[in-house]
Design a protein. Structure first.
Length: 466
């Protein structure tokens, strides 16, 4: 029964992120040309799964090779948890853990083949081997290497691939941080391409978050690289599906006008065709979603990053709210289901304030979740609190990693349709910046899931640790 539920969950995620839906018109956006790659550049591409690098950055890869720019690709996971693709590819239903490790090996070989087609040798590819569909769980809960996460389908707690970068590394946050730091310190990239914090795939979000922490830790140690992010999983985007080389890839309507600086890399006809052929090397994925993958082989590639949020901490007697624009242009059918219509952050005294304007009143089947992970310079991020707050009919529950906190310091207040949550900054470890996200759910199914954002606490809050 448990295995059936896991299979259903994987199938639901596939339906939510991959199946075609009604077209969504892209909103107005200004797109600049991606700066050219120069001989002094060193480009690092971080891919959550084998195939993401081909889907999102085949043009970047070709352009780097044309200009003799040093290039490295790092794969966060081996994609071993895509159960639906395994069933379609192997034409059999298997639940043995060795079968899923085998699928990870298959996808690794596909990546090597795809990059070889584009002209990049295997010596430039690094596979970390962390758990597919499990890296966000690691980021949120598992920061003690002695108590690592257990992968849902492979049922292992450490990297199982002998040819991986850190074979046997426990599924825990410090392992990921250590690996990414070593890659960056050794390669010294000037430009990094990584998955987007608004991507609906959890591994894509997690890789972005881990990279942010690593780059913060390395501030003052390396020259800061330019970071560009790419989207792969967005509901009803891109449309129409299928290989359409004459069409451009435009920003999703819900992200077209939210303060994002979009950049595009225009591709030649030959580069588009090469991209399609690289994608075709991923036979295990094409077996169940061919039209979806080929959709990304278009006239250009898109990159951006969400702007950081800066909250003033000067006036302890009042709150200077910083609004965060979220999904302003969703289509009508989806918009009616969304619970969070606006989201704001502020600081008052020694407390972080989060204001959520809601569309409906709470009921027993709905809940709000806040994720607030503080970062403080010169403090080990593994030791910092990883606070998760759930608000529902049962009141407020607060978690730090795997441990539930018995605290009454997190309080709620209502102002019209707005819910204001007050969180002591001491609970967050006295941070100077916060990785933040909010979401709602109904009967355990997600309704809203806002992008992870960086909230900088400007001007400091004196002695927030005490």
């Amino acid at each position: 029964m448990i295995l059936f539920r896991k299979a259903f969950l994987v199938f639901f995620v596939y339906l939510w992120t991959c199946l075609p839906a009604a077209p969504m018109a892209a909103g107005a956006s200004s797109e600049e040309a991606l700066p050219p790659f120069l001989p002094v550049d060193r480009v690092l591409i971080l891919a959550p799964h084998p195939d993401d690098e081909a889907i999102a950055t085949s043009g970047v890869i070709q352009r780097c090779l044309q200009n003799h720019v040093p290039l490295k690709i790092v794969y966060f996971t081996n994609g071993d948890n895509n159960e639906l693709s395994f069933v379609v590819y192997e034409k059999r239903l298997v639940f043995r853990k060795k079968a899923f490790v085998y699928m990870g090996e298959v996808r690794r070989k596909e990546a090597v083949r795809a990059m070889k087609y584009l002209g990049l040798g295997e010596e430039n590819l690094t596979f970390l081997g962390y758990p597919d569909f499990g890296t966000m769980e690691i980021f949120m809960r598992y920061w003690n290497p002695a108590k690592p996460m257990r992968s849902m389908l492979t049922r292992v707690t450490a990297v199982p691939y002998k040819d991986s970068f850190s074979f046997g590394a426990p599924y825990a946050g410090p392992s990921v941080i250590k690996d990414l730091k070593k890659v960056i310190m050794d390669f010294r990239p000037t430009k990094i391409f990584v998955s987007h914090p608004a991507d609906t795939n959890r591994d894509h979000r997690a890789l972005n978050l881990f990279l942010r922490v690593v780059l913060w830790d390395l501030e003052g140690t390396i020259d800061p690289p330019q970071v560009d992010t790419y989207l792969v999983h967005v509901v009803r985007w891109p449309m129409p599906r299928g290989f359409r080389p004459s069409l451009e890839l435009s920003p999703p309507a819900n992200l077209a006008d939210v303060g994002i600086k979009w950049q595009k890399l225009a591709l030649t006809d030959k580069e588009v065709w090469n991209k399609r052929q690289a994608i075709s090397c991923y036979r295990s994925q094409l077996a169940y979603a061919p039209s979806y993958l080929y959709t990304f082989a278009r006239k250009n590639e898109l990159f951006d990053d969400l702007p950081d949020i800066h909250v003033s901490c000067i006036d302890a007697s009042s709150i200077q709210w910083q609004d965060v624009r979220i999904y302003p242009e969703m289509d009508e059918a989806v918009e009616e289901e969304r619970e969070i219509s606006s989201l704001s952050y502020g600081v008052k005294g020694r407390d972080l304030m989060v204001r959520l304007t809601l569309r409906h009143r709470f009921n027993k089947n709905r809940g709000i979740f806040l994720y607030l992970f503080g970062y403080r310079k010169n403090e080990d991020f593994a030791e910092m609190p990883k606070i998760r707050i759930s608000v529902g009919m049962r009141g407020v529950q607060v978690w730090d990693k795997l441990r539930r906190l018995r605290t009454k310091d997190v309080t709620l207040a209502y102002e019209g349709k707005s819910l204001i949550v007050k969180i002591p900054l001491t609970l967050l470890g006295g941070p100077d910046r916060i990785l933040a996200c909010a979401k709602t759910s109904s009967k355990d199914l997600p309704l809203d899931n806002t992008a992870w954002r960086v909230v900088f606490l400007d001007n400091g809050v004196p002695d927030r640790r005490f």
